[in-house]
Design a protein around this ligand. Structure first.
Ligand code: ZN
Length: 320
């Protein structure tokens, strides 16, 4: 099945194959960590019907593979917790569970969460947290609408956080723009959901996506925690505004998924630091341009950009 074929797919680009070799090497040398007082946060984007050809930015996970990953978590004895609980764990305000813990997060509010991920999560009773760019809700490009978001919230298994309003990379933006992105998205979600929204996920959340002033703005707006896309585990005392997450996608077959949970890809944060900080990997799709297009193409906007092109440009943007 698609699951096992991904691990031996000779067509994988060199970058992905090198990362997988690095994971195997790290796993062979140091073994897995024992999961004691670590919480790993998995970061998904789209859960698709089938494997998407040419998705080298690893934005998609086929639903069959996703289902097997969730089955593995259950079989391995993981306790899946909500992102809000994870913040309380690292802050020391909640006792650490005895079993290994993991958090499931989904960014960008794609509608295939509802059709492909939710049935699996509901069956297992696994909680998950969705980070929503509020200006993109209900767009005719495969995004959840407010009715979907309410429906999922009523289940009690799905929680929400802000992913900004228009999905801009916040670092280096004028402080007023950052404040507006945070305030608008928080207020919008709170008004719609009628509950406090205290968590945030940085758009394009690697080292170059935020800085100290972004964190100050988040605190001033009333957020209590924020998730990056920097690989690694979170432990007691981890800064709640620099929580680490590990991207999962179609390239993560059974071996890679198991090794990810064991910490074999944590070294990838070093690669992210070098490439993100020094701009060696400039985004192939410009996030800000894509976001402006998204706003123009929104139902209330001036139009002129097709929903498909917006979705394509955002999906192609490098989001680490
Ligand atoms: Zn995003």
């Amino acid at each position: 099945m698609a699951l096992s074929s991904t691990t031996t797919n000779h067509r994988l680009p060199a970058k992905i194959r090198l990362r997988q070799m690095g994971g195997r090497l790290a796993f062979a040398i140091r073994g897995g960590d024992d999961g004691d007082r670590t919480v790993r946060v998995l970061n998904y984007h789209e859960i698709t019907d089938e494997q998407v050809a040419g998705d080298w930015d690893q934005m998609t996970t086929p639903k069959a593979l996703f289902a097997e990953q969730m089955e593995w978590l259950r079989g391995a004895g993981y306790r899946v917790i909500d992102a809000h609980e994870a913040v309380e764990l690292v802050a020391g305000t909640r006792p650490w569970p005895t079993e290994p813990v993991v958090v499931l997060t989904f960014d960008d509010g794609f509608r295939n969460y509802l059709t492909n991920a939710w049935p699996v999560l509901e069956r297992h009773g696994f909680p998950s947290t969705l980070f929503i760019p509020t200006h993109l809700v209900g767009q005719h490009n495969g995004r959840l609408d407010w009715s979907d978001i309410h429906h999922l919230a009523r289940s009690g298994l799905v929680s929400y956080g802000s992913h900004s309003a228009t999905h801009k990379k916040l670092r280096r933006l004028p402080v007023e723009t950052v404040q507006r992105e945070l305030q608008d998205s928080k207020r919008c979600l709170e008004e719609r959901l009628q509950r406090p929204v205290t968590l945030f996920a940085y758009p394009y959340g690697s080292y170059d996506a935020f800085d100290g002033s972004t964190i100050e703005a988040l605190k001033a707006t009333g957020f209590r925690g924020a998730f990056t896309t920097i690989a690694g585990a979170n432990r007691p005392g981890t800064d709640p505004f620099r929580l680490r997450r590990t991207r999962i996608s179609w390239v993560d077959g059974p071996a890679e998924f198991r090794m990810t949970l064991a910490g074999a890809f944590d070294w990838y944060a070093g690669y992210q630091w070098v490439t993100g900080w020094h701009g060696w990997c400039a985004p192939r799709g410009n996030g800000i341009v894509a976001d402006r297009a998204a706003v123009r193409g929104s139902p209330g906007g001036a139009g002129g950009v097709s929903a498909a092109s917006v979705r394509g440009s955002i999906s192609r943007a490098v989001v680490r």
